[in-house]
Design a protein around this ligand. Sequence first.
Ligand SMILES: [Zn+2]
Length: 181
Amino acid sequence: MADLLFDFSKFSKFSNLTDISSSQVEKEEGASICPQKVMNQISVIKTVITIKTKDDFMAPRSPSRPPILSTNWDQRYDCDTCKLYELDLDDDINEKTWTCKACDEPVLITMEDDEGQYLVRRIPANQLKKNDWIYDGNNLGRSVRINDSSKAQIKNGDWYLALKDIGKRFVESSRYYNRIV
Ligand SMILES: [Zn+2]
């Protein structure tokens, strides 16, 4: 219990969690509620704090965290490897990797907004290559050339992208981008 309290005090920015924990512990000491229930509650809190800790404290400060790519403008999905067209997002596509379930190759995605149509494949940062073009996050109006793409030195698993006219970015290697076809 002392260890837990110590952990909480380290992460006092999560004031709501700290409040829950200390009030629950006080109740436990007064034996006014079931100790098992308290322990279950603390176990849940500890899990939440572990996740927060990993994301907010252990990861390097420099990686940028662009928003997850939106599917709002997606019009259709095709696999030119399998010659399968108008694939069904739920049935035919692995939505975690944006690949065709039949062949594991990235699907061709047709996107459309008021300005026009865009043909892309969704590719993680560590598969982007020099001279690839991507759209900058969800900004389909902004195409950006990749000047360099390599494993980052700052931490294993992180990825370095040099973007023309934008500059350096350290990103998660698994971060997906709309790569222009
Ligand atoms: Zn396929």
